[in-house]
Structure formats: C-alpha cells, structure tokens
Design a protein around this ligand. Structure first.
Ligand code: NDP
Length: 240
C-alpha cells in the first residue's frame, strides 16, 4: 500500500535533509522544498518531487503541495523546518536580518500550515510538525530577534494544536538544542559565530541532524489518536 506524502521544507541541508532521508527509508513519497534545488536532487531519493520554492512565497508553496498531492495523494504530514538564524546584538544588527528571520521562520511556517490545513481538516487526518528550538522556550545572548521568531513558532504550534484537535489533526513542536548543521553560517557577526563555535566545542560537540530526524519520525509514527505535543532534545552536555 502506498504510504502518505510527507512534505519537508528546508530539505536541502541539515535537519530537513536528514528528515527526508529518514522518511524515505520508511518508504514514504516526499515533496522536498528549499531554494537550492540541486542539493535536494542530489539526494537521489525515490518517489521524491523536489521543487525550488521559497517558503515566504505563499502561492508557490500552495502550488507545489497541490502538484505533489496530484502525484502522490494527500499530505500525511508537513515538516515546517526551513529556518534562518542570524544572531546579533540589537544595537548593531541590520534590521533586514530581523525581517528575513520573521519572514522565513514565522510566516514560512504559517504558509506551510495554510497550504495543508483545509485538506487535513476535510480528511480528519494529518500531522503538522513545526521545527522550533530550545530558543523558542528560553532566551540566549545575541538571540533577541531569533528567539522572537522561535517563541512565535511555539505559540503558533500550541494554539493551532488546540484549534484543530477536534478535527483529528495533530500538531507537534520539535525543539532542538544546538545541532551540527550550516545554520550558524549565515550569521554575519564573526565574534558571535566564534563564541558559538567555542561553546559547542566546550560541551564536546552537539547532536546530529539525524538525531532530530529520529525524533520527528517518532512523533509521526505514533497511532493517529496519539499526539506528541512537543519534543525537546539536546546534547546531554548542553546545560542551558
Ligand atoms: P541549515 O542551515 O542546515 O538548513 C536550513 C534549511 O532552511 C536549508 O535547507 C535552507 O534551504 C532552508 N531555507 C532557508 N531559507 C529558506 C527559504 N526562504 N525558503 C525555503 N527554504 C529555506 O540549518 P538546520 O538544519 O539547522 O535548520 C533547520 C531548522 O532547525 C531551522 O528552523 C532552525 O531554526 C532549526 N533549529 C536548528 C538548530 C541548530 O542548532 N542547527 C537548533 C534548533 C533549531 P535553501 O538555502 O536551499 O533555501
């Protein structure tokens, strides 16, 4: 029997890429979305539609999901994972960086929800998995705008879960601590990057994207009447 379609945003790298590989291993058809098409195609996964879509483009998200559903059937789950972390101190940070993070991390998640929710409610089935962060539960230095976006993802996920629970749609928040990915590479302040790198080294390394993918898989594979509301995971040695 064909397994349900899994939509993953930010699948060209890090957690999204590892999640794509994890679900593909279980035989799910996939829709992978990110701007770097070649990186997604290079994964060479079977039953996999890769499309260059910016999650801030609501219409493009909608079209991509409609196209994948025509090919593979209704969306079983969406993993709203695409995100940017541009750390900075408020007095120095270029406000364009806040705009980017709120557009991608917050509105991108809402765009993903918007594209799948009516169908999930109509079918009384579906799972929305939003990748937030421990920075969506507590604050960190130089994280003002980033924490703002991730607290928003936590709030959106929990409030949405309450709203759609009666429709049998599950909403899951994934809150990782530091993960070994390219996320920090876009931060423009070199001193902040260096400090972050040193912090990771001091704790003897951080968790792998595959660890987060496993948590996402665990939440998805529960029986439909069980909703894992939130998974918080980090390296054992990560103190905050
Ligand atoms: P990566 O930088 O490795 O991956 C980020 C992904 O997001 C890429 O695939 C990138 O693809 C995609 N992306 C960024 N902007 C857009 C956009 N406008 N439209 C579509 N896709 C976009 O980082 P991670 O894997 O670490 O990050 C994934 C998620 O995990 C993020 O939401 C992040 O906040 C969260 N997270 C990460 C932690 C960490 O320590 N790494 C800790 C806690 C949470 P492309 O550039 O091709 O568009």
């Amino acid at each position: 029997m064909t397994k349900p379609l899994i939509v993953i945003t930010g699948a060209s790298s890090g957690i999204g890429r590892a999640t794509a590989q994890r679900f593909s291993r279980e035989g799910h058809p996939l829709l992978l979305l990110a701007r770097n098409l070649a990186a997604m195609q290079a994964l060479g996964l079977p039953e996999c539609l890769c499309l260059a879509v910016d999650v801030t483009d609501r219409a493009a998200m909608q079209d991509a999901i409609a196209r994948a559903e025509q090919q593979f059937g209704p969306t079983g789950a969406i993993v709203n994972n695409a995100g940017m972390m541009l750390l900075g101190e408020m007095q120095r940070q270029n406000p364009d960086e806040w705009d980017t993070m709120f557009d991608v991390n917050v509105k991108g998640v809402l765009n993903g929800v918007h594209a799948v929710l009516p169908g999930m409610i109509a079918r009384r089935s579906g799972t929305i998995i939003n990748v937030s962060s421990i920075a969506g539960r507590k604050t960190f230095p130089s994280h003002v705008a980033y924490c703002g976006t991730k607290f928003a993802v936590h709030a959106i996920s929990e409030n949405l879960r309450e709203e759609v629970a009666g429709h049998d749609v599950r909403v899951v928040t994934i809150a990782p601590g530091a993960v070994e990915t390219n996320l920090l590479s876009h931060t423009t302040d070199q001193a902040i990057k260096d400090n972050y790198g040193q912090w990771k080294e001091e704790m003897g390394g951080v968790i792998a994207p595959e660890d987060v993918a496993e948590a996402i898989w665990y939440a998805w594979r529960q029986p439909a009447n069980v909703c894992i509301r939130e998974i918080v995971l980090a390296a054992t040695r990560q103190q905050p």
